[in-house]
Design a protein around this ligand. Sequence first.
Ligand code: HEM
Length: 560
Amino acid sequence: MIVIHALAFYRARRLSSFTIGSPEASFTEIATQSDRYTINFERLTSTIREMIEFNIYSAVLMPLAGLILYAVWSRLRMPLEYRQISSHVPSVTKTFWSEMLFSWKVAMLKPKDILPFLTDLIRTIGPVVHFNLSGRSYVLLNDPDDLKILLSSAQHIKKGPEYDMLKPWLNEGLLLSSGKKWQNRRKLLTNTFHFKTLDMYNPSLNRHSRILIDKLLNASANGDREISIPEYITLCSLDMICETIMGTEMNAQEGKSTQYVHSIKSACKSVIERIFKFWLWNDLVYKMSESGQSFFKSIKVLHAFTDNVIKSKRASLKNSGIEKMQSDSKFEKTKKKSFLDLLLNVLNDTPDQMTDKDIREEVDTFLFEGHDTTSIAMTMILVLLGMHSDIQEQARDEMRSIFEYSDRDATMEDLNAMKYLEAVIKESLRVYPSVPAFTRELEKPLQLKNYIIPPLTTITVYPFILHRNEDIYPNPEEFIPERFLEEKNRANFLFGYLPFSAGARNCIGQKYAMYQMKIVVSTILRNAKIETLGCKEDIQISSQLIIRIESLPKMKFYKL
Ligand code: HEM
């Protein structure tokens, strides 16, 4: 490796002093000697040849050296007994060469090719597939019975090693923490998502939904113009999470937070690139890579945004004099509070339990998890409703039966009555689960239906692939909300439907998400007819931390 580097460096040095016209002139000199244009063709040909050689070094030999290094490193890193898993679990990396080939294939995948590649793997090999990658042992799990064993056990709650790549951003927030810290935090924060607390968010969710539909109708000039909706939805969702969970106004729909939104997308892309390219797992290499530099640049913007959210919350508490009152008054302590109120309260009352850093990591986690997941989900629900006018009409009929022609806000009671819309949302999350994959690292052996998986293995679950299992969902590519209304399907869907994961580490915000999505979509259905100018084949998504849209049909909204 060192020799190849030295050779490449030597070549590069020679190239940097190549001459045109005069054998002594360097690049800089050439730039200043604009009157000397006589080209020495012999030198030029040799330069081109050197460039080709240099490319061979960097394109073929360097990766080859990297691969050999990888092989040695992965063998040292993974104890032999963990390699033996491939002797009894169906594996795609049974031999050294198959592992090298597989690692290389995976590293070359583009985000949009990941889901088709893994779907193919599961279809050809089965619902339990083992592979070694980057010196780690992975098992893809796609069988509802096995998933039930994994997810309903309180023992297997440690997240896989890929989550560590999010740590510079989310630190040890609820999504990434484990052990006692996770248990205490989860207990503390669960209260924020109690249905009585959610009820208190309704006016704000209704208000932002109305702003959204006004924006969509204005932008599409009552059906005269085609529009692209993801950005509108994302900004609305960000306003909602800031005002409800964080208790502070951000006015993202007025164009105040676009940099934050773009930085989230860029950070997620860099993380997924790192997960699949084994050479980027090294911190130093990652920091020096283009992907790593873009990641750390995004993180600066993201942290500045969260600092701003915390600062404005503190300022508003100070102004209203509530901060002191809340920490003093016993009455206030028992009253339901928003997420950030609660955290700041704990910081005030028991500083040994919570620090400024702890608050920042939870705000980062909830801002990210709480708006990006619902934005993509609401975008896909609207796109699918715009493609299926019969389903859209049926959902609108339900709104008329609940609201008649009244313009009033949706209440908790209304939301609970929206059974058909709930089925539409669930079916949309089946086809396009916002979180396409999650993992667990085993700390103890896991006894599945047919196999025992040893500790240190990373179990990977792809709801996106699971939700396309024909045994559970006949015609899986079709959009059929009625599946979720049929009682007989309930048992099948228990561990065969995992948009919010399941068990102890399921999504803490799922009830909030469901209420939010119902309010937004029902407000749009009550005020506008939705048209999607394309079909399912025009939708292209890629698997990142959250699914990302590669291409999406444009839409039109007509005022009702
Ligand atoms: C459609 C919307 C949503 C979907 C599909 C979704 C999905 C998920 C999934 C699959 C997980 C498990 C991830 C894993 O194991 O790695 C998760 C965890 C989590 N979600 Fe959501 N989520 C949504 C909305 C929300 C919202 C609105 C919030 C906050 C307000 C939120 C906060 C969290 C947090 C904090 C965790 C980590 C929980 C823990 O580990 O204890 N999510 N979500």
